[in-house]
Design a protein around this ligand. Structure first.
Ligand code: TYM
Length: 332
């Protein structure tokens, strides 16, 4: 029996951080055997914000290398760069005609980015969720593992897929479901537990980058904001400690109640120092592998090229299915 299919993607923009790791990458690797997997580096999404060309180039490798360093097996899993498979942009264009202006205008991420100057926000940022829908449905993906911040985009993808099926006939597209874990799906900023940990944060104190060295990790955790009081407890009125406990628990595989018990009566300093040890230890092997991969870009590129060929074989079937049903004259 064939396995259910999974697709996810990460933007090569800014530094990958612990939120990306716990909300996405770690789960991709942990669950790979259950699924038929497609993971892409979504470079067309990254350029919706201006990118320095050299940085975009390097960050594209960084995301691919993070997939590999986390343990995704390139023989089993298809890892590729979005722009290597032009079907993404072509289907993205077609899906624009199945999506409404009002739907895109309501997207929270768009509203955040548009901020106070909605007239000056890029059309690419506005249209971004439609390309994301194309990324997913091109692979007949059943599930999409993501962090909480992508839930609304997944709902839109489902609406678009249902609309396509209604107009072009059932079975045109698979309607995907989000796979959002209960823990780790929304890791918050170390400098402000009311905001998510983010690649585009204004200060590096917001996040632990996956490439931070042990000293930097210790320093950032020492400086992390805590809540008033001194209790180490997981609760709504303690958002900072709740976040730190979540990170501790996921990286050490220790249930949160056990941690609460272990740190009863102890101060924040000891807790933060132990948490730093846990983070350093958990990221150690990943970082070693990342450095090896970073020194051999040809190896990664070969995997990405092979992945693109496999991805395109699948994506072209779905694009053809959609175009045929719409009445396009196909070239062959
Ligand atoms: P991106 O590149 O911003 O983030 C990559 C993944 O990391 C998750 N994530 C987090 N998880 C927990 N806590 C956080 N603080 C945190 N920050 C980020 C994200 O939810 C995501 O899973 N639109 C997507 C990229 C994309 C995509 C796709 C995803 C394009 N096409 C198709 C899935 C399927 C994005 O910007 O993710």
């Amino acid at each position: 029996m064939s396995k259910p299919r999974v697709l996810s993607g990460i933007q090569p923009s800014g530094n990958l951080h612990l939120g990306n790791y716990l909300g996405a990458i770690k789960n991709f690797a942990a669950n790979q055997a259950q699924f038929e997997n497609y993971f892409c580096v979504v470079d067309h999404h990254a350029i919706t914000n201006p990118q320095d060309p050299k940085a975009l180039y390097q960050q594209t490798f960084d995301v691919a290398n993070a997939y590999l360093a986390a343990g995704l097996d390139p023989k089993e899993v298809t890892i590729f760069i979005q722009s290597h498979v032009p079907e993404h942009t072509e289907l993205g264009w077609i899906l624009n005609s199945f999506c409404y202006f009002g739907e895109l205008r309501r997207m929270t991420q768009f509203k955040d980015k548009a901020g106070k100057h909605p007239e000056e926000v890029g059309v690419g940022i506005f249209d971004y969720p439609v390309l994301m829908a194309a990324d997913i449905v091109l692979y007949d993906a059943n599930f999409v593992p993501v962090g909480e911040d992508q839930r609304q985009h997944l709902e839109l993808t489902r609406d678009i897929a249902n609309r396509v099926n209604y107009r072009l006939g059932e079975g045109t597209l698979v309607v995907p479901e989000p796979l959002i874990k209960k823990e780790g799906a929304r890791i918050m900023g170390l400098d402000d537990p009311a905001k998510k940990m983010s690649k585009s944060a204004t200060t590096p104190r917001n996040y632990i980058a996956l490439t931070d060295d042990p000293d930097t990790i210790r320093q950032k955790l020492r400086a992390a904001v805590t809540d008033s009081g001194s209790e180490i407890r997981f609760s709504e009125d303690k958002p900072a400690l709740t976040n730190l406990l979540t990170i501790y628990s996921l990286l050490s595989d220790t249930p949160i109640p056990m941690l609460e018990e272990r740190y009863q009566g102890q101060g924040y300093a000891q807790f933060k120092s132990d948490l730093a040890d846990v983070v350093v230890e958990a990221l150690g092997p990943f970082q070693t592998r990342l450095r090896e991969l970073d020194s051999n870009p040809d190896y990664t590129l070969a995997i990405l090229r092979d992945g693109a060929a496999r991805a395109q074989a699948q994506a072209s079937t779905v694009l053809r299915r959609v175009k045929e049903r719409m009445g396009y004259v196909l070239p062959s």
